[in-house]
Design a protein around this ligand. Structure first.
Ligand code: NAP
Length: 294
């Protein structure tokens, strides 16, 4: 339902923190390129005030809402319905109106699937690092692509095992703890793809794989880091130093934003216009992170 009470359609990102989100830049570029009126605001909503904040947001009737950390799961209980993808993933990053019903969707799934190299498919083996909302979207996308064996490693081994049981009962693979991973040489040497779906590497801090673990990967392995601030995370640097193809999270960020935009407006925005707008901001993060390093 359009936000009739607003002079121009309003789109909102809710999460905590959101101050450094690139979503406003991406969506304003999409609006401008499609010559559509509208504005996109990032709003900090703490867990403590989540329920009342979301009620107020609904009454405000924005045309579209994006949801980010830490509300992607909690928001589901407050909606009138879910798309099939959001239901399967168990997390929502996009809310849209269907008449008077507020519906939750998940565009991370297709955002990842569409940016996954074509070479990965039936017969491939993947390792997902992390067992949260993004990891669930990644797992479904890898299943959709036909990836045969999917290992999961998380800092809590039980969480990794639970994730595998719940999301990937039909796929081969092992559950590991991140701590034990460097000693899992046989597992690592069989991986065609490693996906980092933890926040490790954000602001240039932390790396989910040790040098030994990266060394154990085969020469053709691809490392895909969902973190996009900075684009060159410690994991990306480590993988490139080892000579591996390493992809950052910016393409997925653009694609999931474009898919949210399509949901809300019916327009397919130019990914190139969104990329052109966001690249200088991504570059600024790169500079800020490298300057903050001792
Ligand atoms: P989430 O639901 O909070 O899950 C995070 C996962 O990482 C959990 O398994 C968590 O383990 C683990 N984790 C958190 N801190 C850790 C640490 N210090 N060491 C090891 N593991 C840790 O978050 P999410 O929504 O899945 O997002 C994960 C990352 O993906 C974020 O950095 C996010 O920005 C990025 N992402 C990028 C895109 C994109 O478009 N590029 C889209 C979605 C997400 P516990 O359960 O033990 O806390």
């Amino acid at each position: 339902m359009p936000s009739r009470s607003h002079p121009v359609p309003v789109y909102v990102l809710i999460g905590d923190p959101v101050a450094h989100s690139l979503s406003p830049v991406l969506h304003h570029a999409a609006l401008a390129q499609a010559s559509l009126p509208g504005r996109y605001e990032a709003v900090t909503l703490s867990t403590e005030h989540f329920a009342e904040g979301l009620r107020a947001m609904r009454a405000f009737r924005p045309q579209g809402v994006n949801v980010t950390i830490p509300h992607k799961v909690a928001v589901m209980a407050h909606l009138d319905g879910l798309t099939e993808v959001a239901r399967q993933i168990g997390a929502v990053n996009t809310i849209f109106w269907e008449g008077d019903r507020w519906i939750g969707d998940n565009t991370d799934y297709l955002g990842f699937l569409r940016t996954l190299p074509e070479s990965l498919g039936n017969g491939s083996t993947a390792l997902i690092l992390g067992a949260g909302g993004a990891a669930r979207a990644v797992a479904l996308a890898l299943r959709e692509r036909g990836v045969t064996t999917i290992h999961v490693a998380a800092r809590n081994e039980d969480a990794a095992a639970g994730f595998r049981r719940q999301i990937l009962p039909d796929r081969l693979g092992e559950a590991q703890s991140l701590t034990d991973l460097p000693t899992a040489g046989a597992l690592l040497s069989g991986c065609d793809l490693v996906v980092n779906a933890t926040p490790l590497g954000t602001r240039g801090e932390g790396c989910p794989l040790t040098v030994e673990a990266v060394a154990a990967l085969p020469d053709h392995a691809i490392v895909y880091d969902l973190v996009y601030r900075p684009r060159v995370t410690p994991l990306i640097r480590r993988a490139r130093h080892r000579g591996l193809l390493a992809l950052d999270g910016l393409d997925m960020l653009i694609e999931q934003a474009a898919l949210s935009f399509e949901r809300w407006t019916g327009h397919s925005p130019s990914r190139q216009a969104m990329r052109d707008a966001v690249l200088p901001h991504a570059l600024l993060t790169e500079v800020a992170v490298s300057e903050s390093r001792p």
